[in-house]
Design a protein around this ligand. Structure first.
Ligand code: SF4
Length: 376
């Protein structure tokens, strides 16, 4: 078997190599893996961390994913939808802070009223970024509103304005189809299919979005082989960006009895997954998930030190933060945007990276693909 030192010299990795990297457990070897992922991130992406101001628009959802605290079947969740003014104020806050992009997310709805509302929001934020902030092409926008039709993706893309910085995050959660079915079988019946998820990702690519996906790490029943298969799937899907975080149990979900991994082991597996993914996919953007903070205060900086190059400070108004509980003990729910933003700056400073202010922050992967298509 190859040594870790030999593996860390390679630029291409077989399935067996990836499994070996993912299974690293000796503390010194783990540090070597993280340091190499950090080094390669610097080589490809420089010393900059891109920020997206995260706005959690609504926690209303018509689906029942078993792991999720805001699933429809959780009668205890206090539901909210932000007003247009609240959303614009949050976006204004993010743009004033110098973030070149906002990220908009909510529970999933497919009704015409919701689709119209999101379209109006995209257009209003674009307009504001041009007229109030002088961003000629408009700010970047990352949308995360689940599976929609190609027509809806196109309407939202047109409204968001700047097609060079238009992104959509739709996680596959796992590439193990049996596990996917188990996660998405709310109220006894399958509400989501893996095939439909892949189709949605293809539709998003056709609509011109930079496409992001991701998985949960440490789901009950998930194996390390599954995680390797996830990395290979990211490569097959040719994604531009990734958002991955630890699986955390939610008391509003329907998987409480299945428990979760012990925190130290979960933090190590998450960092191993981030670094192994970075080695396999050097040019994609990888976000340091807020869920890391629930495992250990300041752990998003560990995400950066493991190969992440994006952070998403939460700029949602404080009054609704606590209601967007996808998992238990989500961090930053009490803080005002100001203190969250200061915290993020402190986290970044610890890693030696710089915040990329006033930058759109598209991934090198996307930019290379664009260059390639121009030359063809
Ligand atoms: S994961 Fe998304 S679609 Fe599923 S219940 Fe939660 S918010 Fe709804």
């Amino acid at each position: 078997m190859k040594s870790l030192a030999e593996l860390l010299q390679q630029s291409a990795f077989s399935e067996a190599d990836l499994l070996r990297l993912l299974k690293t457990s000796d503390p010194a070897q783990c540090q070597a893996l993280y340091a190499e992922a950090f080094r390669r991130t610097t080589l490809v992406h420089g010393n900059t961390i891109y920020f997206r101001g995260l706005i959690e628009i609504s926690n209303i959802c018509v689906y029942d994913c078993r792991y999720c605290g805001i699933r429809k079947g959780n009668a205890a969740a206090r539901r909210y939808t932000l007003s247009m003014d609240e959303i614009l104020e949050a976006a204004r806050y993010a743009l004033k802070a110098g973030y070149g992009s906002v990220a908009l997310q909510s529970g999933e709805r497919n009704d015409p009223k919701f689709i119209d509302f999101i379209e109006e929001i995209c257009a209003a934020i674009h307009d504001m970024s041009v007229k109030e902030f002088g961003i000629a092409q408009g700010c970047g926008m990352t949308l995360s509103f689940g599976e929609q039709t190609p027509q809806t993706y196109e309407r939202w893309a047109a409204a968001a304005g700047n097609r060079n910085a238009l992104r959509y995050l739709l996680r596959i959660e796992t590439s193990n189809q049996k596990l996917f079915a188990r996660l998405h079988s709310g109220q006894g019946k399958a509400q989501k299919t893996y095939a439909a998820r892949l189709q949605a990702l293809a539709d998003l690519r056709n609509a011109g979005y930079q496409v992001g996906t991701g998985v949960m790490i440490g789901i009950p029943g998930q194996t390390e082989e599954d995680l390797v298969r996830d990395i290979l799937t990211f490569r097959e899907l040719d994604v531009d960006m990734l958002g991955m975080g630890p699986y955390l149990v939610s008391h509003g979900g329907a998987m409480i009895d299945e428990g979760m991994m012990q925190k130290d082991a979960l933090l190590r597996l998450t960092r191993n997954m981030l670094s192994t993914t970075r080695l396999a996919l050097p040019t994609v953007n990888i976000a340091a998930a807020t869920a890391l903070e629930t495992l250990q205060t300041g752990a998003r900086s560990l995400g950066v030190l493991s190969g992440c190059n994006v952070m998403m400070p939460n700029v949602t108004p404080q009054r609704t933060r606590a209601s967007y509980q996808l998992y238990d003990n989500k961090q930053g729910t009490e803080a005002e945007p100001d203190s969250n933003v200061m915290l993020e700056a402190e986290l970044i400073a610890k890693t030696g990276r710089k915040i990329g202010r006033h930058l759109l922050g598209s991934s090198v992967h996307f930019r290379s693909r664009q260059e390639g298509s121009k030359q063809n």
